[in-house]
Design a protein around this ligand. Structure first.
Ligand code: PLP
Length: 383
């Protein structure tokens, strides 16, 4: 039996931004300096927009200064109101954008396997005020897009997806951003593809493109006409140039993450009580994965320690994990009072939120680091 593994010298975090060579970025900055055009549909912006349409296999795309503003505009562009059914197992931005549109978020429980909104529990939450379903494709696993589409069609509801975790994911050979009425991708620095801050909306209806682009630029139509109460959601040239540099090295990053994901899988699958719940499982052969996150579930009965104990124990070895997503949005002070936030109605979400832990996964992590993290987890289990 090997002895106690040594701690990492420097702290390891769950992500580290993918950075292109500084020279490559400076080349693009020179182009921007020469153009003296810093924002409002510049050359870099337009180039990135078309590059991303190809990358994500979507027919329409609008860039934004961040994913949250993009999602706020998506609700606005579809004229959502009243109530929207969503998941409590997500980042705070998801329910918050509804509130910023004067909409009440209605929390639906999640599916134990995908960790996404449970299609079987959506219908009983529909009221005359319901205008849409807002699903989140959590940790790279797609929602039941076909089941949700069926319900939405029958009840006349819109469908929006928070696709912040599924950049590059495909279902049945189609870009995941082609499902539902609108999907939002976040390009925050912690995401696999990023522009430091940024995001986009993707959609099939070409008429939405104009409305969305007016909404992100104050509703300005021309010099003398402002046709709707828009906001400032534009992506600038420095962000767009960074995105172009990042997209050029993205394929390498995905391959590195794929290798690391495989290393984790090999080692974690033999630790009793720990299961991987991110990425695509063997039961989803129709899905192209993206390896954005490495998230595990800790079964206290079998592992012998609970998630919080594992989280603290790993910290002692300089492995700084995150409890994603804990607490649930339904437990926030601003949502706790909602009738749909009751724990009785959200059993799966409440159980899972107490068991998940996000581990380091990014291209700059070495294979031996990933192996060492697994060895540390094994050691923690046995001591
Ligand atoms: C990152 C993230 C967001 C927020 O995106 P920003 O670009 O940071 O505004 C929203 N939802 C989910 C699920 C996310 O992971």
């Amino acid at each position: 039996m090997a002895g106690e593994p040594a701690s990492f010298e420097k702290p390891l975090y769950i992500s580290s931004p993918l950075l292109p060579s500084i020279d490559d970025y400076v080349e693009k900055l020179k182009e921007i300096w020469q153009s003296r055009w810093l924002t409002n549909n510049g050359a870099q912006h337009n180039k990135l927009e078309s590059m991303l349409m190809k990358q994500l296999k979507v027919p329409n795309l609008s860039l934004f200064n961040n994913g949250t503003i993009a999602l706020i505009i998506a609700c606005r562009a579809l004229r959502l109101s009243g109530e929207v059914i969503t998941t409590p197992f997500t980042f705070p931005a998801t329910p918050h954008v509804l509130v910023w549109n004067g909409i009440v978020p209605v929390f639906c429980d999640i599916d134990e396997q995908t960790l996404n909104i449970d299609t079987k529990k959506i219908e009983m939450l529909i009221t005359p005020k319901t205008s849409a379903i807002l699903g989140v494709h959590v940790f790279g696993r797609p929602c039941d897009v076909y089941g949700i589409e069926k319900i939405a069609k029958f009840y006349g509801l819109k469908v929006i997806y928070d696709a912040a975790h599924v950049f590059n994911v495909e279902i049945d050979g189609k870009g995941i951003g082609t499902f539902g009425d609108i999907s939002m991708f976040s390009f925050h620095a912690t995401k696999m593809f990023h522009t430091a801050e940024g995001g986009c909306l993707t959609f099939n209806d070409p008429d939405l493109k104009k409305r969305i682009d007016f909404l992100k630029n104050f509703g300005i139509k021309n010099e003398e006409e402002v046709i709707m109460p828009g906001i400032n959601g534009k992506m600038n040239e420095l962000q767009a140039a960074l995105g172009i540099s990042v997209i050029e090295i993205l394929e390498q990053e995905i391959q590195k993450r794929k290798t690391l994901f495989g290393v984790y899988k090999e080692h974690i699958n033999i630790i009793d009580g720990i299961t991987i719940c991110s990425g695509v499982s063997e039961t989803m052969p129709q899905v192209l994965p993206n390896y954005q996150y490495m998230v595990v579930r800790v079964n206290k009965q079998i592992f012998g320690k609970n998630r919080n104990e594992l989280h603290s124990a790993l910290k002692k070895y300089n492995v700084i994990t995150r409890k994603y997503f804990y607490p649930l949005c339904s437990e926030y002070a601003c949502y706790r009072q909602h009738y749909s936030s009751s724990k009785v109605h959200l059993p799966a979400a409440n159980t899972i939120a107490d068991e998940v832990l996000c581990l380091p996964l990014y291209g700059a992590l070495s294979v031996s680091d990933a192996e060492k993290i697994c060895d540390i987890i094994k050691y923690i289990k046995e001591h």
